[in-house]
Design a protein around this ligand. Structure first.
Ligand code: URA
Length: 235
């Protein structure tokens, strides 16, 4: 199959599309031993492609679960913070994995990664109702009125409207929250709108996939149907 060289490299996880173009123009990429400097050059996917002397091969679709520790930014790179990418095993460094959604730096728990952009979109889309479950510790006392307000769909302090969500009171200062969308700081802001300040937050499940006893900082491969029946890779 013929494919643009820059597209092949970026889809194989060598670098972003822009950086791949740059790399090619700088003469750092060879195709069957010949330096190619045109990012748009069509190449055969069976060709041997080297970038900076290392072979680049497309990997298959991957879905990975990480038990994220606090103190890591959900970003592909950052000039200041440690990022969640640093916690992925080296064998996936060329797989083109990206986090699916985000957890705040101080939030712990289940964070998914994939190189299948369409799968990521389907896991995040609120209308698919793939529930994200959180365990929270908070100040203040949650009541049945708070449970009702979550279920009716909260309005945040800045006017943002949330979809119906679940608040389950576990014991004083401890709760489980389930949401099917991923707005910025959503759980903390939902709780704050009910005068409950979150002091600790951990995501424990996404759809059917649970964090279980996966040690903090460790990863585990998943199949898409472990998140939701019928969910599959698209690439
Ligand atoms: N909601 C939050 O407030 N923070 C997270 O990290 C995830 C959901």
């Amino acid at each position: 199959m013929l494919m643009r060289l820059d597209k092949y490299l970026s889809e194989a996880g060598a670098a972003s599309r822009r950086d791949c173009k740059q790399m090619i123009r700088e003469g750092r990429v060879t195709v069957d031993g010949v330096v190619i400097r045109e990012p748009e050059r069509k190449i055969d996917s069976d060709a041997v492609i080297l970038a900076d002397g290392r072979e680049v091969k497309p990997t298959g679709p991957v879905l990975l679960m990480l038990h994220k520790p606090a103190g890591y930014l959900t970003a592909v790179e950052d000039a200041v913070w440690k990022t969640v990418m640093e916690l992925l095993p080296a064998e996936y460094s060329n797989a083109g994995l990206k986090p699916i959604g985000r957890l705040d730096a101080e939030t712990e728990g289940l964070l998914l990664f994939t190189n299948d952009g369409d799968l990521a979109h389907r896991i995040l889309a609120p209308k698919r109702k793939i529930w994200k479950t959180y365990y929270a510790e908070h100040t203040g006392v949650a009541t049945e009125e708070d449970v009702q307000a979550f279920s009716e769909g909260l309005t945040l302090k800045d006017g943002t409207q949330c979809l119906s969500a679940e608040l389950r009171i576990l014991s004083e200062g401890k709760a489980e929250i389930r949401v099917c969308e991923g707005k910025y700081h959503q759980v903390r802001r939902m709780m704050a709108s009910r005068h409950l300040k979150v002091t600790y937050l951990r995501r424990t499940a996404v759809g059917k996939a649970e964090l279980g006893d996966l040690p903090i900082g460790q990863t585990k491969l998943l199949r898409p149907d472990e998140i939701e029946d019928g969910l599959s890779f698209t690439t």
